[in-house]
Design a protein around this ligand. Structure first.
Ligand code: UD1
Length: 430
């Protein structure tokens, strides 16, 4: 298992480029199951979750090929036929987003078997809404041997209300409804930019979707979808992580090729904390995709509550907690989306942070000098927060289990090294 060795205390300076959004690329790849024509996707991040999904698509019998491009990979997929409509436990346990094959497979092939994901490091994370919604569209759902089995002899349009806002739930049902007979209305749908990006792709494939990006999405079913070419949106969480890394090290960093409109809540928090975030105005035809953090002054403690988009993202909560260990005063961090998402706090405490937890609330008292230690990553975003802690700490930090960070960050150690961090990957064989 690889580790990261970080020597802290070096401000980040320079320019870093944002990769494509993992959470937009995953549903885009599964959307290609909805047509027998070729789907070409650009700006796919080179991260492990994408390789996991490609393995799953291969298991299903789907052809895909990858080419390197200037920014990310290009993946071409053609789903002429299906060998096997099964997403096995071995792959689903590595990546819960495997559930995204369910809607497309039932809609186009009438059958899917997907292993139930079970619990994960950050909470229970059920998929009941995905299943309830598919039932509403006419699928028959049953369970056996830890698998969910969904069958349909043609789906039909329906109205469905999400009790809880679910990002992948919205995406799964939106994809299934594109090929259903009649109109589907999804209420209390997720508004995340990744949902909107998926709707853009599906509409390019011939779907008829209105309202993506709002809480009410209307999908008029069509009899077939065709091939399309699409470029994935920038990763707002990766960009937010770099902005925070610059803030915590007191550096000056330009984060390029991001979409500032998707980062409003994160930028507002950083500004509230006392960090200057400069938006590149662009020149009318291009630009406007760079955010520059100018930090170095004192940081102020500021509370945060995670919310669905456009609120402060739960996927930035761990990184923000690390930032608050370096701010003057007490801040209350409230996690409303997942019930067990403070695993990083225990590791931060081992580095000297003063954090008290009570259920979904954590109180961080700063500023504390973090000191390098041997620590362990527990999940994807927690590991990003530990990298930030290592950058801010005095001395050396050794982070174990960085396979978690490789799931969603493209070569983070190389990107950080280019802007002045001292971080190296230590492989088992080294
Ligand atoms: C997606 C993101 C993940 C992010 C999360 C919240 C992907 C691949 N992953 O995960 O990075 O942290 O959104 O922004 O896009 N819920 C139910 N029943 C369901 C589905 C969800 O109760 O059927 C609950 C969950 O337990 C959670 C809440 O709804 O408490 C939100 O989860 P959801 O939006 O579904 O997260 P994911 O789509 O899995």
């Amino acid at each position: 298992m690889d580790k990261f060795l970080i020597t802290g205390g070096r401000p980040l300076h320079g320019r870093v480029v944002t990769s494509g959004a993992k959470n937009a690329a995953l549903p885009a790849l599964t959307a290609a199951l909805l047509t027998d024509e070729r789907v070409v996707l650009h700006n796919i991040p080179r991260v492990r979750d994408i390789s996991t999904l490609r393995s799953l698509l291969e298991d299903l019998g789907v052809d895909s090929s990858v080419t390197h491009e200037a920014h990310g990979n290009c993946i071409e997929i053609e789903t002429r036929q299906l060998l096997n409509p099964v997403a096995p436990y071995e792959l689903v346990k590595q990546m819960r987003a495997s559930i995204l094959v369910l809607g497309p497979l039932v809609a186009r092939f009438g059958h899917a078997r997907v292993s139930l994901p079970g619990g994960c490091a950050i909470g229970v994370r059920p998929v009941n809404l995905h299943l309830k919604g598919l039932e509403k569209l006419g699928a028959t759902i049953s369970f056996d041997h830890g698998y969910v089995d969904a069958r349909a002899n043609g789906l039909h349009g329906a109205d469905f209300y999400f009790d809880t806002i679910s990002v992948t739930g919205t995406e799964n049902l939106m994809m299934a409804a594109t090929l259903a007979d009649g109109v589907t209305v999804l209420e209390n749908a997720a508004r995340e930019p990744e949902v909107q990006d998926l709707a853009d792709l599906l509409n390019k494939m011939g779907a008829n979707i209105e309202g993506a990006g709002t809480h009410k999405i209307c999908i008029r079913g069509v009899s077939r979808l065709h091939g399309a070419e699409h470029s994935i949106i920038p990763d707002r969480i990766e960009a937010g992580t770099f902005l925070t890394a610059a803030a915590i090290t007191g550096g000056e960093l330009a984060v390029e090729l991001c979409n500032p409109a998707h980062l409003t809540a994160v930028i507002a928090k950083l500004e509230g904390v006392g960090v200057q975030v400069v938006r590149d105005a662009g020149n009318g035809t291009s630009g406007g995709h760079t955010l520059t953090v100018k930090a170095g002054g004192k940081l102020r403690a500021l509370d945060v509550t995670t919310q669905e988009y456009p609120g402060f993202p739960t996927d930035m909560q761990a990184q923000y907690m690390t930032l608050m260990t370096q701010a003057e005063g007490s801040s209350v961090i409230t996690e409303t989306i997942f019930e067990n998402r403070f695993m990083h706090a225990l590791e931060l405490a081992r580095m000297g942070a003063d954090i008290t937890m009570n259920g979904r609330r954590a109180v961080v008292r700063g500023k504390t000098q973090l000191s390098g230690a041997k620590i362990q990553a527990s999940d994807l975003r927690a590991s990003a927060s530990l990298v930030l802690a290592g950058l801010a700490a005095e001395g050396e930090t050794l982070i174990d289990r960085v396979y978690h960070i490789d799931r969603g960050y493209e070569r983070i150690e190389e990107k950080l090294t280019r802007v002045g961090a001292k971080i190296t990957r230590v492989s088992e064989s080294d």
